[in-house]
Write a protein that binds this ligand. Structure first.
Ligand code: C2E
Ligand code: CA
Ligand code: CA
Length: 346
């Protein structure tokens, strides 16, 4: 729903509440979080509307936001979700999670630059559950912290193993906004890095643009710390955040990943092509490299090269795969590198 009108009211409330109160000569400053649910989009009766507003308010509080609008994704109270959330706590400790790796190649010569770690959950009863379903559940519960640390530990350990066997490529890990708002997070990453010897700059953290916008000042503090420790920062799903790009001036970002929605239609849709083109130009003028995700066919690959995109990722290059399969994939690639005839360079 269009919520511009509602948001004006919310902003006015937040603004009014954020002024200090005088309490018998004492100045008191309080914080406020507003939860919004909208009739009739979210519900048609008052008790459900109130419950949904409550859900949104707790979401806002937990994420230290001034306000949040209800959506089913932030509602932990559906039966399947409640069950999965309680199972997730165990899954992280047991052997139910695994990582798949999706290669990202250099556009000019097809050489593997890094692998993106993508988490998978093999549920003992429900079978395979996609990250699109369970990551949001981790984010509304407190499981996102142990989950991200688990992914980081496994990814760094795998990366150290392949660097030890002579491969130079790095690893990218997706982090959620909750991680980036947590002031303890950079320290935890730095500690993990010290457990696994690898070249500086081998670890990239992918942060969505919308995560960056939730609380730019706090996120920037964490990014600065990570940057000092040699961690690369990538903006994931770039173009979907409707944000002002001015943050790119203030935050040390090394990579933009253009959302696959733009890449996918680029050959048929001139607007999408213009977006990809101008993103590449903008990034390059700021010294930032660009990765196109969702590269599904050779025609796209060729056009992305013409445009000057630096790196590519997508089903046409390789699907996400287990560690062992990545090693085999690499062997095949390396076999085809000399002269770069067939394979990915074409
Ligand atoms: P993402 O970061 O945008 O990851 C890329 C997703 O696009 C992956 O889905 C990948 O399998 C898929 N993909 C790759 N190439 C293509 C292509 O050519 N065409 C199409 N149609 N899709 C392609 P996946 O693995 O299901 O992950 C979905 C999302 O879940 C990720 O989106 C990411 O936001 C989140 N996620 C995955 N692993 C983690 C994790 O460890 N931590 C956090 N916080 N989020 C994760
Ligand atoms: Ca990603
Ligand atoms: Ca993405």
């Amino acid at each position: 729903p269009d919520t511009a009108g509602e948001m004006k009211v919310v902003d006015a409330v937040v603004e009014a509440m954020s002024r200090p109160f005088e309490l018998t000569q004492l100045k008191v400053q309080i914080g406020v979080s507003v939860g919004v649910s909208i009739f009739p989009e979210h519900a048609r009766d008052s008790s459900t509307l109130l419950r949904f507003a409550d859900v949104a308010m707790y979401h806002a509080k937990r994420n230290k936001l001034h306000h949040a609008i209800y959506s089913p994704e932030i509602d932990p109270h559906t039966p399947r979700r409640l069950e999965l959330i309680s199972d997730l706590g165990q899954a992280v400790g047991e052997d139910q999670l695994l990582l798949h790796y999706q290669p990202k190649i250099r556009a000019e010569d097809g050489v593997l630059d890094s692998a993106e770690a993508l988490v998978r959950w093999q549920h003992p009863v429900h079978g395979f559950i996609t990250p699109d379903e369970f990551i949001p559940l981790c984010e509304i519960s407190d499981i996102i912290r142990p989950l991200t640390l688990w992914v980081l530990r496994r990814a760094l350990s795998d990366c150290a193993r392949w660097q030890k066997s002579g491969h130079e490529f790095g690893v990218s890990v997706n982090v959620s906004v909750r991680n980036m708002l947590d002031s303890g997070f950079p320290g935890e990453v730095i500690e993990l890095l010290s457990d696994f010897p690898m070249r500086r700059g081998a670890l990239t953290l992918e942060i969505t643009e919308s995560a960056l916008m939730e609380d730019p000042a706090r996120v920037k503090l964490n990014i600065d710390k990570l940057h000092l420790a040699g961690v690369q920062i990538s903006i994931d799903d770039f173009g979907t955040g409707y944000s002002s790009l001015s943050y790119l001036k203030h935050i040390p970002v090394q990579e933009l990943k253009i959302d696959r929605g733009f890449v996918f239609d680029m050959l048929d849709d001139q607007n999408d092509e213009a977006i990809v083109r101008s993103t590449v130009d903008l990034a390059h003028s700021l010294g930032i490299r660009v990765t196109a995700e969702g590269v599904e066919n050779p025609a796209l690959m060729a056009q992305l090269r013409v445009i000057g995109c630096d790196f590519m990722q997508g089903y046409h290059i390789a699907r996400p795969m287990p560690y062992e399969a990545l090693r085999q994939w690499l062997d095949v690639q390396q076999g085809s590198v000399p002269g770069r005839s067939g394979g990915l360079a074409s």
